[in-house]
Design a protein around this ligand. Structure first.
Ligand code: GCU
Length: 431
């Protein structure tokens, strides 16, 4: 439980020192930025005890909502339509359920299809939940998965060949095309359920307003500076999936971890920060708007986010174009809102846009809040060499290679779940 607050000395964050330390002498930093301190309220008052921290956390979330992630609708009216209750998958290893989340309660309103596998050998399984990029049918070749009927991007991009997509619709040939990034059978064999939804059910991830999105289903949340935006919508949908999982007796909903890669990692981070029901969070190469600090001025910046993906964050965020150091928070504050729940930050050395050192440093800074609350955070402030990981309640890895999801990454994350998510792991989800 929470430690006595007075055992934690309030430390003024010397950002330059922490950043230099993490970065090593070889990589010079821009002149010392001032980083907001998670343990100081915006009015200058110190956070003195866990009760103060709960208020400070809400203050951080409110600021980040107003300036960056945007508001989200109420979940009132949400209904679930179970389309398949007990499908048999992977030769009996798991049961398959497919559930339509009806966000406004009706089948002609906005919806998303949740695919859930639960290992039959585990009673009330912990679950790993994550959004997928190209449709539920792409995560494995299970012929029982309903083909998405939504708009899907097509062609070939550096990450996948989508030539199976015809007229922006999935075809049978799309089954399993992204399976190498989702070791579903292995996840199930290790004792975890696996749940996923297609990002395009929630947001097509294009600026073109002609393709329907969940954002547009809430016009009353659009014409305002803190409008409902894509990253916020993805995060919100993860919480709605958790609402469903709470009703499913095959699942232990107090042990649901959220995983996300890249832009969907940004969504996973925001979902984990804003919804305390998520028991553990994996930020996989989430970069700018995820784990990475803006104030280091390394990798993707606010201007790039706003110009390439103007619909990801709310209109107020546009005011920070070229002013990354003026944002009233930085991403270590968002990670702090996850404390004291287990958090794994995964980086790749070649993923320079995501600034691995900025992701690591964010974890270092957020760890102060873990310690303040009486838990261990990252056990070092020194950036590990490529190929090494640091295990703990806040874990970090930097692997060789580029922006991708590899079996190697899942190996690390599953080991982390064995400790922190599984009943009987040493973790005590005592928080
Ligand atoms: C782009 C974008 C990143 C994002 C990535 C992805 O590279 O600039 O912020 O993380 O796409 O989602 O693959």
């Amino acid at each position: 439980m929470f430690a006595a607050a007075e055992s934690i000395a309030p430390v003024a964050v010397s950002a330059a020192a922490v950043l230099q330390h993490a970065n090593g002498p070889a990589a010079p930093l821009p002149p010392s930025p001032t980083l907001p301190d998670p343990l100081i309220f915006r009015n200058g008052d110190r956070v003195r005890n866990p009760h103060d921290w709960r208020r400070r956390r809400l203050e951080i979330l409110a600021t980040a909502t107003a300036q960056m992630y945007g508001v989200a609708p109420s979940a009132r009216g949400l209904r679930f339509e179970v389309m398949e209750r007990d499908g048999d998958a992977f030769g009996g290893l798991a049961l398959r359920r497919q559930v339509k989340l009806l966000f406004k309660g009706s089948s002609d309103g906005p919806s998303a299809d949740l695919l859930l596998y639960v290992p039959r050998h585990v009673r009330r399984a912990p679950v790993i939940l994550g959004l997928n990029f190209w449709g539920n049918q792409t995560v494995c070749s299970d012929p029982g998965i309903r083909l998405s009927e939504r708009w899907v991007e097509s062609g070939r991009n550096p990450f996948i060949d989508l030539s199976c997509v015809v007229d922006h619709r999935a075809t049978e040939r799309c089954r399993g095309i992204d399976a190498r990034r989702w070791p579903v059978e292995n996840i199930l064999a290790r004792g975890y359920g696996f749940a996923t939804m297609y990002r395009g059910d929630i947001d097509p991830d294009v600026a073109d307003g002609r393709v329907p999105s969940l954002r547009n289903a809430y016009p009353e949340l659009q014409s305002r500076g803190d409008n409902f935006a894509a990253i916020g919508a993805w995060a919100w949908s993860l919480s709605r999936a958790l609402d469903y999982l709470e009703t499913d007796r095959a699942v232990n909903a107090s042990r649901v971890a959220v995983f996300g890669w890249s832009r969907l990692g940004k969504a996973a981070v925001w979902a984990g920060a804003s919804d305390p029901r998520f028991a553990a969070i994996i930020s996989h190469e989430s970069g700018a708007g995820g784990a990475k600090l803006f104030r280091r001025d390394v990798g993707e910046d606010i201007h790039r986010l706003n110009t390439h993906f103007p619909y990801w964050f709310c209109a107020n965020f546009k005011a920070y174009d070229g002013m990354d150091r003026e944002l009233p928070f930085d991403q270590h504050l968002i990670l702090s809102c996850i404390a004291p729940r287990p958090l794994y930050i995964g980086s790749a050395a070649g993923d320079t846009l995501s600034d691995p050192e900025g992701e690591f440093t964010s974890g270092v800074l957020a760890s102060r809040v873990y310690r303040f609350l009486g838990f261990d955070g990252l056990s070092t402030t020194t950036m590990p060499p490529v190929g090494r990981s640091i295990a703990g309640r806040v874990s970090y890895q930097i692997r060789p290679g580029g922006h991708d999801v590899l079996d190697y990454d899942w190996g690390k994350y599953l080991d982390f779940f064995d400790v922190w998510l599984k009943a009987g792991g040493h973790a005590a989800l005592e928080t």
